[in-house]
Design a protein around this ligand. Structure first.
Ligand SMILES: C[S@@+](CC[C@H](N)C(=O)[O-])C[C@H]1O[C@@H](n2cnc3c(N)ncnc32)[C@H](O)[C@@H]1O
Length: 279
């Protein structure tokens, strides 16, 4: 169990309230397509499925699972899945969504830093996490230590996260009405917590009416790999990929796999990365 100073604990609680407030908007959103309009499997890239391998009968823990979009996909492929999230509203809705699909997924409400105790010391073949998860964690060393304790010997962490370059890029509207990507934010970490106005979430739907402030922490790719190595895990693969599961910018085009990338005449840059680390 990890404890932070009072100010950091306040930020984590603010994030919990913010995610509770976002949850009903996300459940109803076209973005998540939880009414069946978006197949759960499409939230994972082709390379994720390849790296994860056969999931039949595999014990899998999904950290920071939110509504369980990816948890559902992993359970549909045969994993015995447990999802964990700090937001009680997310967990409540995730349980309902799994029940609607007759999937036997266990959901646990807990801070990821308390995950080992929250799952009663159980261990897993795969710990899966990412796509907007690590940015809510103030410190990656205790996170990596918790992940190592959650894995069986030979078990693997699979973390798929937005690339630091994605966070650093912003849009400048040129005069012709198009949009141009430019460096607008930090690529490197080092500034500590960033307070963000989260009145508008990233999905379609209305604005939040409460708990509108969220806190994020930047983490470089090197920091992630170093934290995992420091926790005694063996880093097997680090991938960088130019695609996203949704169109972050209006210029993005859908490829044959259904994911989105910048047009071919634009620089080929990484927008997601995936790290597989084995205990
Ligand atoms: C963007 S979601 C990531 C899940 C998935 N990729 C998605 O897009 O639906 C981020 C999740 O992290 C959870 N979260 C934030 N801080 C957390 C913490 N300290 N412990 C556990 N969950 C946390 C939030 O409640 C939210 O559900």
């Amino acid at each position: 169990m990890t404890t932070f100073d009072a100010e950091t604990e306040r930020m984590i609680l603010a994030n919990q309230a913010n995610w509770d407030a976002r949850t009903p908007i996300h459940v109803a959103s076209a973005f998540y397509g939880l009414d069946g309009s978006r197949p759960a499997a499409s939230w994972l890239a082709d390379y994720e499925w390849a790296d994860l391998g056969d999931l039949d009968g595999v014990d899998l823990l999904h950290l920071q699972c939110h509504l369980g979009a990816e948890t559902i996909a992993l359970a549909e492929r045969g994993a015995r899945a447990v999802g964990l999230d700090i937001s009680g509203e997310s967990v409540r809705q995730a349980r309902r969504l799994a029940a609607d699909r007759r999937l036997d997924i266990e959901y646990v409400r807990a801070d990821v830093y308390d995950a080992v105790g929250a799952v009663d010391g159980r261990t897993f073949d795969i710990v899966y996490t990412g796509k907007g998860a690590l940015c809510y964690l103030p410190d990656l060393d205790p996170w990596a230590s918790a992940v190592a304790q959650l894995l069986r010997p030979g078990g693997a962490l699979y973390v798929v996260e937005f690339h630091p370059l994605l966070y650093a890029l912003g849009v400048v509207p040129p005069k012709d009405g198009g949009e141009e990507l430019t460096l607008r934010g930090d690529f490197l970490s080092g500034r500590g917590a960033e307070e963000r106005d989260a009145t508008r979430t990233y999905t379609d739907g209305p604005a939040l009416t409460e708990a509108t402030v969220a806190y994020e922490w930047r983490h470089e790719l090197g920091e992630v790999v170093t934290a995992l190595a420091g926790a005694g895990l063996r880093v097997d693969t680090v991938r960088e990929d130019p695609r996203l599961p949704w169109p972050r910018w209006s210029s993005m085009v859908q490829d044959a796999t259904g994911w989105f990338t910048l047009p071919a005449d634009q620089p080929r840059i990484p927008l997601l990365y995936a790290v597989k680390a084995v205990r």
